[in-house]
Design a protein around this ligand. Structure first.
Ligand code: FUL
Length: 467
């Protein structure tokens, strides 16, 4: 293990943020009143009697999640319609007023138990926007009710690793716009579940990536200026009708802020939420519109492979099961990722750096340990060269920065020596971050170079994978 610590650069992730980012692939589960009414945004007036899954089996969801390689499952404990999947004390609009398990059921309980039994982590989504609750819009009263709901979820269901909010905010029945008390919500999470990260559109621990199509920017900094994201949960709604300002805000969420120009930046990596189907909730009419394995692999490369995380939604059917088409798609994704990443051809080869600190030698790049890394002595451009024992055909590269010391690399180029003895460019880009995945035309080669042309502090890299 290295003896000297690499000097940190810019904002740093907290311990929960770092372990969250190492998860890689998260599962979202949208299930609730909408599942039975065929809607996406219920209005909060649907009879609780509608909620009646005949054979709900969270074990099937959890087993699928584990087999597909998800690390955490996040359930919609309450969506915008206000129907609660646990027997909350705050309202009758919940499972206890439904025929399901004679009103004795608790879906949040079944969910967390099933996921933990498969060795997975759990998170919960509690929508601030509530279209059922009569006091929504009476800001202090609703905030109290919301905080009670949050406290129930954070105290009755064991350890959570992500608490998911969204910024949707409207005028309540009293004609007043609800003012969410974000600071209060987030401090309740910090107090009751300190290991959990909070997701909110503008973000606190984790930021929304600015689209629901599942991709981060090719440039993707984990840094954002908290002054630009004006309040936690900010989705840029208050930028008004100004299209340029809205576009700039989306860009900010997708790409983050360059830490060299953001002295007061904070660490908020992006999460890419996207559904496996057109809707977030199950609709039988979409059974043949489940994303293909190829499309899911592409999403994975554009999210987990761009210093972000993939949060993929699978909506259970009204029976209470994942549909076979969705299961086939995510198991197909797993199979394909396992195939692509089966063998790092760089393992066992030699790697040389143009310069290195003795505590952080280049050989650390190939040891498979995320906590050891190579580091340059200064911020000058640096080059890493890998020489393979024999020619190999490669089409994917996997680069990782030790982001526990900050995100610092701002421009890079990947080259290979082809069979005609020429150096060809495989890929070029700006940021790397926790993980950068690159796909390029297959090339047969023995020598690969990574030029780190611009780094805001001595460059450091944890690993280079070639596949
Ligand atoms: C959005 C919601 O409006 C959608 O229904 C869905 O829950 C998505 C994940 O977040 O803000």
């Amino acid at each position: 293990m290295p003896t000297t610590a690499l000097a940190p650069y810019g904002p740093l992730p907290s311990a929960p943020q770092l372990s969250w980012q190492r998860l890689g692939m998260n599962l979202f589960v949208h299930f609730g009143m909408n599942t039975f009414t065929g809607r996406e945004w219920g209005e909060g007036e649907d009879d609780p009697k509608n909620f009646n899954p005949t054979a709900v089996d969270c074990k099937q969801w959890a087993r699928t999640a584990r087999e597909a390689g998800f690390q955490i499952g996040i359930l919609t404990a309450k969506h915008h319609d206000g129907f609660c999947l646990w027997p909350t004390s705050t309202t009758d609009y919940s499972v206890k007023s439904s025929p399901w398990r004679d009103g004795q059921g608790d879906l949040v309980r079944e969910f967390v138990d099933a996921f933990r039994a498969e060795g997975l982590k759990v998170g919960l989504y509690l929508s601030p926007w509530d279209r059922h609750e009569p006091c929504y819009g009476d800001s202090p009263r609703y905030n109290d009710l919301y905080c009670t709901q949050l406290t129930e979820l954070l105290t009755q269901y064991g350890e959570l690793h992500e608490v998911w909010f969204d910024g949707a905010c409207v005028i309540g029945p009293n004609g007043q716009k609800q003012e969410y008390d974000w600071q209060r919500y987030f401090s309740i999470v910090k107090e009751l579940q300190p290991q959990a990260v909070t997701f909110g559109d503008g973000g606190t621990d984790v930021r929304w990536v600015g689209n629901e199509r599942g991709y981060a920017g090719e440039t993707c900094w984990a840094c954002v200026d908290p002054k630009r994201v004006k309040f936690p949960g900010d989705s840029g709604i208050d930028t008004g009708v100004d299209a340029a300002a809205k576009g700039e805000f989306k860009r900010l969420l997708q790409e983050g802020d360059d830490p060299a120009q953001t002295p007061d930046g904070v660490w908020r990596a992006a999460e890419c939420d996207v559904s496996i189907r057109p809707g977030w909730f199950y609709h039988a009419a979409e059974d043949d519109q489940v994303r293909s394995v190829e499309n899911l692999v592409e999403l994975y490369f554009k999210s987990a492979g761009r210093n972000s995380l993939l949060l993929l939604n699978i909506p259970p059917t009204p029976t209470g099961l994942f549909h076979e088409n969705d299961i086939a798609a995510v198991l197909g994704l797993r199979k394909e990722l396992d195939r692509i990443f089966a063998q790092n051809v760089a393992t066992g080869s030699t790697v040389k750096a143009s310069a290195e600190l003795p505590e952080y030698p280049a050989k650390n790049l190939l040891d498979g340990d995320l906590d050891t890394f190579w580091a340059a002595p200064d911020s000058a451009p640096a080059t890493l060269e890998i020489e393979l024992a024999q020619p190999q055909s490669i089409t994917v590269a996997d680069l990782r920065e030790p982001v526990q010391h900050g995100q610092r690399i701002a421009a890079w180029r990947l080259e290979a020596l082809n069979e005609s003895g020429q150096w060809i460019t495989l890929s070029t880009g700006t940021t790397i971050g926790h993980r950068r995945l690159l796909k390029f035309e297959p090339v047969t080669t023995t020598n690969i170079r990574l030029h780190l042309d611009k780094s805001y502090a001595p460059a450091a890299l944890t690993s280079i994978g070639l596949y």
